[in-house]
Write a protein that binds this ligand. Sequence first.
Ligand code: PHE
Ligand code: NA
Length: 463
Amino acid sequence: MSAGNETREHWSGPVGFVLAAVGSAVGLGNVWKFPYITGINGGGAFVLVYLGCIAVVGLPLLIAEMSIGRRSQKEPVGAFSSLAHAGRGGKLWGIFGWLAVVTAFLLLSFYSVVGGWTIGYFIKAVSGTFTPEAAASSGEIFDTFVSDPVQSTIYHAIFMAACIGVVLGGVSRGIERAARVLMPVFAVLLLVLLGYSLTLDGAGEALRFMFYPDFSKLTPAAVLEALGHSFFTLSLGMGVMIVYGSYLSKQDSVFKSGLAVSIADTLIALAAGVTIFGIVFSAGKEPGSGAGLVFITLPSLFAQLPAGSLWAAIFFLLLGFAALTSGMSILEVAVAYFVDERGKSRKVATLTFGGIIFALGLLSVLSFSVLSDVHLMTVGQGDELKDLTVFDTLDYLISNWALTLGGLGVALYAGWGVSRDDLWDELKDDALGKAGFAGWFLITRFVAPVAVILVLLHSVGVV
Ligand code: PHE
Ligand code: NA
């Protein structure tokens, strides 16, 4: 029996699970990445495509991951190699489990560096760095900050230590408890900041920018970016939701939980976008400033506002909390593998692999200083070529390739590898109903893989 593991840890209940999963989903992707890629891609039309990707591909795959996790009661490698008969690929599927574990290591190694920046920026805000006089030099402040290897290493270490500390506590007493405290605080801080932003002059323009679609601004590359981001933002394609689903008990509803997680993640991304663009437009700035939007543009704007340091402190604190609840979910993927498959204790696995990820992250830390001239690859076309540092390369390969391939693996595995009856057994008590299940299965089997393959082919220039 697949669900016969008596000693396996579980969430305390459905609310704990949803909070932990929302904690994983809501992260830098919502508050840092979504606003800046929306800004680069021209606003409303991109937002619409993104919402479409969430509804058509993201939510179905989220449900697929959770179902696979609960069905197998295993981490990704075990989950991918235990549910398919030999005639349907059998253990071969395990490759996708491996991809997930390797991706977890690499992703957390650079996610933690950015998580560290949020701590550094919180401290900067509290100590009054963002004065009106400093407003013009926020770019230099950022460059000086990231190019100081010692400081960045310390903040990266603090962030990893926090992830390790939580994951050491286990599923319900570590991860769930942290999410129960951090997510509500996060939500309140975001609402406060949103309310504030809506009182500014730029609020109307921010709403128009985000919700009034201008399809002439939409490029094919933007569609790929929207799809890739729909995976990233829901923590898909990397086994997190498989692992979290494996700690979900049989009575709880996979469908309702998945729906709640994707709605919460989407609302939070939209709220973060409106908040940030409200501030940006109020200062008469452009929305398309790229990855520096949160760490360069925003600080200079906070600096010009009354009580700006306070708002900046609130902002970076909430960003840090969001990053932490995501970071710990990534670490849990690696830890669960070594606990479940290799018989390590949680303590040994967490300390060892947290330590390795920390060490790996040093390459990303140093990408902004000592290793800034080391370029692993070049992307782009024509005169828009960009040389990628170690940090950029990891971000590019993972966000655009590893998660998308991982998501494809989930769709193919659920659609073609796992038996339909097993999946029905996981979803039958749900609000989904028979017709809803059939629709979900069709999407998972055909629509999601085709969409992902088309987008992947397109990104290498084939279609
Ligand atoms: N969903 C997280 C975010 O939006 C990032 C993440 C991706 C976390 C993959 C876990 C796995 O920031
Ligand atoms: Na997210």
